[in-house]
Design a protein around this ligand. Structure first.
Ligand SMILES: [Zn+2]
Length: 366
């Protein structure tokens, strides 16, 4: 069984080097980065029958005619249908009672019916899943069992894992993160909200057998979330990791904007900070949007193999961090990213215009 709308894994945000000391506020993020041209994952089409992931089948997100010349409206993900919710929640094992949900009078009633059916034995998680759907249209389902090529780590066995019992905290953190996102975009203003979408999301919970990677990966408009992911250590880390993943979804629906527009700047930074065939972490520091350093490597944004999309996702997260503080009436905890060396200011400006409707509450640089 192949679920509708599935596309190739585009971003796999997971630590990329052997265990060891880290610097920075998070453990590590990606390195394994399957691409549409080289999907490094396989999944079962039916129980036990493994097929390579196809690169086709993206969800439909299209640019709509502009309501105002200055700010074209970019449509977000489509609402999740009852059939899609059934697949997310039950994979190919829906119980007979699920058929009654399809006869409900509305999509909302039908999807809520399915959520109640799936989480019925777990009242705490059920309350969260219903709340999340009601407030964001997002559905907390499960990933299909499949094997992911983890590069040097070898094959990673990923299995579906509902966020219940001791995993319920992950669902609570996600619901809380989305409440924060909704408040954030509301406070930021309508233009930004129209251009950067974060819901509804199809969330697929999984567990990596005997491992803690990947923490998450995304493809439009799906985020796969590992209940044993090394990055998911608390609500703040989960909120920022989700914002990072959500950037990838928006970047993709804008035609891989970061690759097309930021590559010259990114390549110039890498060239400037490369000596004797090695990247200099101290040299990269003022250009790195985030603190995350890959174990045995360098800043996550510039870790070889990650690419410009991860640099961009880190800028998105930095935008969120800085504006979240400012909107809460707090001073920034460190100098603004845009006030660093060139090209930080130029890249920030391009980013703000493209994804956040030109809204930049950070004070002008001295
Ligand atoms: Zn990423």
């Amino acid at each position: 069984m192949v679920y509708a709308g599935f596309s190739a894994l585009l971003w796999s945000c997971t630590p990329s080097a052997p265990p060891g000391p880290t610097t920075g506020h998070l453990a590590t993020r990606p390195a394994v980065q399957p691409s549409p041209a080289n999907p490094s994952a396989s999944r079962p089409t039916k129980r036990g029958a493994v097929a390579t992931v196809s690169s086709s089948g993206r969800d439909h997100v299209t640019a709509a005619p502009s309501a105002s010349a200055a700010l074209p409206i970019i449509r977000g993900p489509a609402p999740i249908s009852v059939a899609r919710a059934g697949t997310l929640l039950f994979l190919d094992e829906a119980p007979p009672e699920a058929a009654a949900c399809a006869k409900e009078s509305s999509v909302q009633a039908g999807v809520s019916c399915l959520i109640r059916l799936r989480y019925g034995a777990h009242p705490g998680a059920l309350k969260l899943a219903i709340e999340w759907y009601a407030s964001t249209g997002s559905v907390a389902g499960v990933e299909e069992a499949h094997v992911m090529d983890g590069g040097w780590r070898g094959k990673l066995s990923l299995v579906p894992e509902l966020p219940v019992r001791h995993h319920r905290r992950h669902l609570a953190w996600i619901v809380s993160a989305y409440a924060d996102f909704n408040h954030f975009f509301e406070a930021l203003g309508e233009p930004a909200q129209r251009r950067y979408h974060h819901q509804p999301i199809a969330l697929r919970f999984f567990r990596s057998v005997g491992r803690t990677t990947p923490s998450a990966y995304a493809h439009p408009w799906v985020i796969a979330y590992n209940v044993s992911g090394s990055l998911h250590r608390g609500p703040d880390a989960v909120r920022e990791t989700l914002f990072h993943e959500i950037f990838h979804l928006n970047d993709s629906t804008r035609g891989d904007w970061s690759r097309k527009h930021l590559t010259p700047h990114y390549d110039a930074i890498v060239a400037r900070c490369t000596g004797q065939g090695r990247l200099s972490t101290p040299c990269l520091r003022p250009y790195a949007p985030g603190d995350t350093v890959v174990r045995g490597g360098t800043y996550y944004a510039f870790q070889p193999g990650n690419g410009v999309g991860e640099y961009a996702a880190e800028i998105a997260t930095r935008y969120y961090q800085e504006h979240r503080r400012l909107l809460a009436g707090k001073a920034l905890s460190r100098p603004p990213f845009k006030c660093g060396p060139k090209p930080n200011g130029q890249v920030w400006s391009m980013f703000v215009d493209e994804f956040f409707g030109g809204v930049d509450r950070v004070a002008a640089c001295p």
